[in-house]
Design a protein around this ligand. Structure first.
Ligand code: DGY
Length: 326
């Protein structure tokens, strides 16, 4: 009987037992569950020798790693942002890269609103007051926050997630302003009542600013002290995209010198590290890169990443390519 060739695939992600069993039927699987640890550098190198496919959540697939492969054909990322992968090098080496767009939009848009509301209405501050025994009476002046209705919301990065945030923000009475490389069609602009602006004009005129653009060479340090100086003193910055888009040391200066009123962060420039001064400021809300952490999104993302592997090897087709290989 002919023995079927099973491509060797390294999985660096959580996945359900059912999905693992399904993949094991067609692939020779080595699995590292990322529930408790993320591998890096040599730990990763040791695991990926001779693999033909990698399904990866969070780990860095950089030049050193990519150049050590001789057989690698596909890197399937669990996530829409794929800045953890040197996709340009993969393209040069004929390696397919895929991601998981769409499935996480609702979760990330919900979390964007959650962070916006949390910083505007000081929800974590209130939680800290109650937990520490500080709730002694219904003091009239406790925790006055910012109103949303009638304020400008500036969305930097108006892809499908940005548009989903706009749809959620409209019923709160927020006016939608956006900055994006490409302008939306007139039809979408009018449905969302959204006005395109130059970045500096948007920063100058918005009370709430949500960052939702991908991290690229162009967007790294898009927000530095120069941009903070341009922002309204009563504004709030929400970053749920990628940490390095905001220069963290400049953000600290902006908060300490009250150039802005506060911020809510789901991502950090040197993740998982962050400047400890952030955790000491009451006008800062911190989350641990949990924008897509809903049951539907996280189970759906890994399922889609697995389908990208299956389609590539079994159907000679890719569902969500992010690069074009010959
Ligand atoms: C993404 O999809 O890029 C998210 O950041 C992963 O959680």
């Amino acid at each position: 009987m002919e023995v079927k060739h099973k491509p060797k695939v390294f999985i660096h992600s959580w996945l359900s037992d059912d999905l693992l069993s399904r993949l094991e039927k067609d692939f020779d699987i080595d699995h590292h569950d990322t529930t408790e640890s993320i591998l890096s550098g040599n730990q990763l190198l040791d695991r990926v020798i001779n693999v033909e496919g990698i399904l990866v959540q969070s780990a860095l697939i950089d030049k050193t790693l990519i150049q050590s492969f001789s057989n690698l054909k596909i890197v399937s990322n669990v996530g829409v942002g794929f800045d953890n992968i040197d996709a340009n090098l993969c393209t040069k080496m004929g390696i397919q890269v895929t991601n998981t767009p769409g499935i996480l939009n609702d979760a990330v848009a919900d979390m964007s609103m959650a962070l916006l509301l949390a910083i505007a209405r000081r929800v974590p501050e209130g939680d800290r007051i109650v937990r520490s025994g500080g709730f002694k009476a219904n003091f009239y002046h406790l925790l006055w926050g910012a109103d949303l209705k009638g304020e400008n919301l500036g969305i930097i990065g108006m892809g499908s997630i940005g548009q989903d945030v706009a749809k959620r923000a409209l019923p709160f009475g927020l006016n939608i302003k956006y900055h994006n490389r490409n302008r939306l069609s007139k039809v979408i602009e009018s449905t969302l009542n959204a006005e395109w602006m130059q970045l500096q004009d948007l920063l100058k005129s918005c009370r709430f600013i949500v960052i939702l653009c991908p991290l690229t060479n162009e967007t790294k340090h898009l927000i530095t002290i120069k941009e903070f100086e341009n922002m309204k003193k009563d504004s709030f910055l929400i970053n749920i995209a990628r940490g390095p888009i905001v220069k963290e040391s400049d953000l600290i200066i902006a908060l300490e010198s009250k150039l802005i009123s506060g911020c809510a962060l789901d991502v950090y420039e040197f993740e998982p590290n962050y400047d400890i001064r952030l955790s000491k400021m009451d006008n800062v809300v911190l989350a641990p890169h949990a924008g897509s952490a809903s049951v539907k999104a996280r189970t759906g993302m890994v399922e889609l990443a697995a389908k990208n592997i299956e389609n590539f090897f079994l159907k000679n087709d890719v569902l969500n390519p992010v690069n074009k290989i010959k």
